[in-house]
Design a protein around this ligand. Structure first.
Ligand code: PEP
Length: 256
């Protein structure tokens, strides 16, 4: 009891100040990587000394503890968490467990979680609210499918996802939004630069509450296109899947 109070108060002191960073580069390793991969990746990764860039690596959960002991100018994030604090939820991981490991970020509502594991925006909101209680920053993913885009529904879908996935306790100091068009994830396809910038502007203008939120872009970001995407006026960084598994590519993305 006393120990957990101490841990919580230490976390309060070292809570990440989102607004102190100019850009974010979040590596989503999904269900990839093992000890050998991690050792090789971190031995070769070159993290810029520029502290204004926030680099976050999100491994599969079993490697969170290993990788956080090897932290070197980067932060560690989880890819999901339970909305429940404890109890009969076999296979789940709690915010308390993430907090014990000093995990600073947690990706929530990734389209793979929504599509393959039937997570709803309500689930995402509950999880986001819970991680915020534990001083962990949720990176809340939203995005339209190809069919929704082709039917001109992108903005409606994003509005609904924003309303339902972002909890009342979220603000620009404790939550990050990631716009990830579902059709762009892992496909090599991306919206045009103009479309990305416009959509991010739409998200930020959707509600005065979101005006100062950091909004990251995700979906087929690679070493060749990252720089021009992240330089867009309404883009505050990138969430990177496939290209974050290659240390040369990821180094180039975060260095540019
Ligand atoms: C992702 O999984 O969040 C992602 C953006 O993947 P990729 O970069 O491979 O499209």
């Amino acid at each position: 009891m006393v120990a957990s109070i101490i841990i919580l108060s230490i976390r309060e002191i070292i809570m990440i100040k989102i607004n102190s960073f100019s850009s974010f580069f979040v590596a989503n390793w999904k269900l990839n990587g093992d000890f050998k991969f991690i050792d090789q990746f971190l031995d070769n990764l070159q993290v810029p000394s520029d502290n204004s860039k926030c680099i976050v690596i999100c491994p599969t959960s079993t490697y969170l503890d290993y990788i956080r002991h090897k932290k070197n100018n980067f932060y560690v994030g989880a890819q999901n968490v339970s909305e429940h604090e404890k109890g009969a939820y076999t296979g789940e991981i709690s915010c308390n467990a993430l907090s014990d490991l000093n995990i600073d970020f947690c990706i929530l509502g990734h389209s793979e979680r929504r599509q393959l594991f039937n997570e709803t925006s309500t689930d995402v909101s509950l999880k986001s609210s819970k991680v915020i209680e534990f001083k962990i920053v949720p990176i809340v993913c939203i995005g339209e499918t190809l069919e929704e885009k082709e039917n001109g529904k992108t903005n409606n879908i994003l509005s609904q996802q924003l309303e339902d996935s972002i909890p009342v306790s979220s603000n620009s100091d404790n939550t990050i939004i990631a716009y990830e068009p579902v059709w762009a994830i892992g496909t090599g396809l991306t919206p045009t630069l103009e479309e990305i910038n416009k959509t991010h502007q739409f998200i930020k203008n959707h509600n005065t509450k979101f005006e100062n939120f950091k909004v990251l872009y995700g979906g087929s970001v690679n070493a060749n296109n990252a720089n021009e995407i992240v330089s867009l006026s309404n883009v505050d960084g990138a969430l990177i899947g496939g290209a974050s598994l290659n240390y040369d590519d990821f180094t180039k993305i975060i260095k540019d």
